[in-house]
Write a protein that binds this ligand. Structure first.
Ligand code: CA
Length: 224
């Protein structure tokens, strides 16, 4: 697992990173919340650990921005005080779990495991839009009852679009899904991939629209 830890208390950050490292997990540390939304677009993290008390924008505002850009990443918040207001506010802006300082590293590890497992189960449900169905676990898709052949990349892109059906997905977000893709060369490759995908899935009554200057939008077509 690759984890992003946002904590401005350096000794604490180092001790958390040590505990997670002992599990074989990789950890990136950021002392600030500001760069987090961009980091999540760039790197393929499995979970985010977010301290509430940070210099600059605090953990709650950081999380609000992360969720606003459409990220469903599991988020564990760290708080210095166990106040009801903080807890409620955190859950409202999209935290998945809470840990009150001071805590034992083993508890942090256990909570993270539970959180990522829950997340995987959620993602593993079969997705459907109109007569299009996709099973993220088996990487299989159907138009009605007919199986559709998709490449691994097409599966990754389709899953993301289906999770966000009805909302515009930015091109940059899709590009980050494909390992090795970056910059202008990936633009053409993405257009090509989307147009192939469109041909395969639109018989299911869905529409995969290009939103000029923004990205793509998958929804149930008018006749669905
Ligand atoms: Ca702090």
């Amino acid at each position: 697992m690759l984890i992003l830890l946002v904590e401005d208390d350096q000794p604490l950050a180092a001790s958390i990173a040590g505990a997670l490292g002992a599990q074989g997990w990789r950890v990136d540390i950021s002392p600030l919340g500001e760069p987090v939304p961009a980091s999540l677009m760039r790197d393929d993290y499995d979970a985010l650990i977010l301290d509430i008390g940070l210099p600059g924008i605090d953990g709650l505002e950081t999380l609000r921005r992360v969720r606003a850009q459409g990220s469903r990443l599991p988020v564990l918040m760290l708080t210095a005080r166990d106040t009801v207001e903080q807890r409620v506010h955190g859950l409202e802006v999209g935290a998945d779990d809470y840990l009150v300082k001071p805590f034992a590293p083993v508890e942090l590890v256990a909570r993270l495991r539970a959180l990522t497992r829950r997340h995987e189960n959620r993602v593993a449900e079969v997705l459907s839009v109109a007569r299009l169905r996709f099973d993220p676990k088996a990487l299989r898709a159907w138009v009605g009852d007919e199986p559709v052949k998709l490449s691994r990349r097409e599966c990754d892109i389709l899953q993301y679009l289906m999770l966000k059906a009805g909302r515009v997905v930015q091109r940059e977000q899709l590009v980050t899904l494909v390992p090795g893709w970056s910059g202008a060369t990936s633009d053409n490759a993405l257009d090509l991939l989307v147009s192939r995908l469109r041909t395969k899935i639109e018989p299911a009554g869905v529409r995969l629209r290009t939103v000029r200057g923004l990205g793509y939008l998958l929804d149930a077509g008018d006749d669905a």
